[in-house]
Design a protein around this ligand. Sequence first.
Ligand SMILES: Cc1cc2nc3c(=O)[nH]c(=O)nc-3n(C[C@H](O)[C@H](O)[C@H](O)COP(=O)(O)O)c2cc1C
Length: 584
Amino acid sequence: MRRVSVAEYRFLAPMRGIGFEFAGTDSQQTVCGRNRFAIGRACERSGDSDFQSYIILAISLHISMAREDTGHDLRNWIDRVEDIGSLKRIDSEVDWDEEMGAITYISHKKEGAPALLFENIKDYPENYRVLFNIFSSSTERLALTMKEDPGLGERELIQKARSKLTAREEPKPVDKADAPVLENTDRGEDIDLWKFPVPKMWPGDGGRFIGTADLTITRNPDTGELNMGTYRQMIHNENQTGLFTSPGKDLRLHLQKQWKKGEPLEVVAVYGVLPELFLASQLTFGEDVSELEIAGGIRDSPIETVEGEITDLPIPANAEIAVEGKMYPGERKMEGPFGEFTGYYGRPEDDAEVNTVEAVHYRDDPILTCALMADYPGCDINLTYSVGRSARIWNDLDSLGVPGVKSVYAHPAGASGMSMTVVSIEQQYAGHAKQAATLAAQCPGGAYFSKFIVVVDEDVNPADTNQVIWAMATRWDAERHTDMLTDTWSTPLDPSRNPADERPYGSQLIIDATKEHKYMDEFPPRTAVREEMYDEVVDRWDELGFDYDAPSLPIFYDETGGFDDDDPDLEEGASGDDDGHMTM
Ligand SMILES: Cc1cc2nc3c(=O)[nH]c(=O)nc-3n(C[C@H](O)[C@H](O)[C@H](O)COP(=O)(O)O)c2cc1C
């Protein structure tokens, strides 16, 4: 038995694979845990000094973290998420008809709310479960899926995502006997998509959507390359779903090519997904980039797949529920509307292509995965889109050779990271800020449906809304630092542009909230404390009685004040202190 200091915790925390148990003098619920994440949270809650009173009962390599890599399936992920306190099981009976959607929306009005596992759904057997909000606004669950430390913040995750999203791992085929998804298969007359507890999420939805946290695998008819994408799927009847695809999306391109030959397109749709696959499939990559390989790159090991029995397509072997089907040329049925990621019903009920299901594969006690689309933070994809898009824009700017980019942040509240991009740069030459902003507005990773592009200096954290607004308030002059791009790439789902048939086009506002480059030397220095003083205060932090960690600061006092002391214009008339710094 021994105590663990906060410093020691911080040393131990990054070590993967170490689990230890401890108990505290506080309520067991809040301070006890079996692993480093729980300890981290307990530490934060209790404050540094109090933490000393929590006695470690055993520090062992019994490896609660052993759960981490023992199996690549959703159930293993659920266990690990539960271990870090980020899952809520709901065993009271709930209705598939609007109630699951409402519980999810209301509970996720709080940022970072847990994933929800519904275990008792009206009209369905208890072993048929539904998981909502795989990611939602939880950095912990996103980091864990990316095989990163769940303690990482959003900014660090964006940095990690920059390399993860460019890594590739080819899928690994496995034998049928090693594919849990084949534990049960329904064919022909036995097919009944209603057998799963599929929710109707919003009152105005046009039906029950079996595919939301889903993925759809198709093959490019010209090249044979695989594509994986997330497309909503509404049940029409026992064996048919409506599969809505926006113009330009890969699945739609595959359909167009295959139908030109007069042949049906083969489809595998997965309705009980592995989170890393869901993450890769919802992000946009080139037509011939296989998101199966990207998912492998994200988790740093190949995705196990098994051959389809109806189609020439792979099925993720550890999926919970997967169907094989065909989309026949010209076949369409009325589909929607659906409560969208914009927080609106963007597309009224309309024709959409149909998938006719020929085989349904599912595990024993299957888990259907669902994603609620809503305004922030109630939308499942806000954070994933924010992180994925920020990483891609940053990579695009790098590959275009724009120097000095310090950070990129696509704000999750901007319709899932799409609408608002903030770039911070260290200005190096005239026009640099404008160049970074316009390229961020139009690079492949950032062009779709973006509306505001704000560029700030390196002393402003783009992910800190308060700082960004402060920079806009103090460095942006609306008349001279604003540009507009018109007829840009947008979406038919944007309700701000009317009449609706104008919607594929949008417009973008470029806000240069950097210190005006032309007058950089004269720009007033911002108030800041000296670094030595900061260190002194942090050293005394506990003694001063604060019960939270000392916040970090964006910048320290610059002895030069940013002024050229020899500049006579500045000396004259400037009210300054003895060092020549401006004072109020
Ligand atoms: C929950 C969810 C539902 C989505 N539904 C659709 C949809 O119905 N139609 C569509 O075109 N895109 C939809 N998307 C966006 C696509 O998944 C996304 O654009 C993806 O990059 C498409 O991949 P692909 O072009 O590689 O096929 C959805 C995304 C999510 C996360």
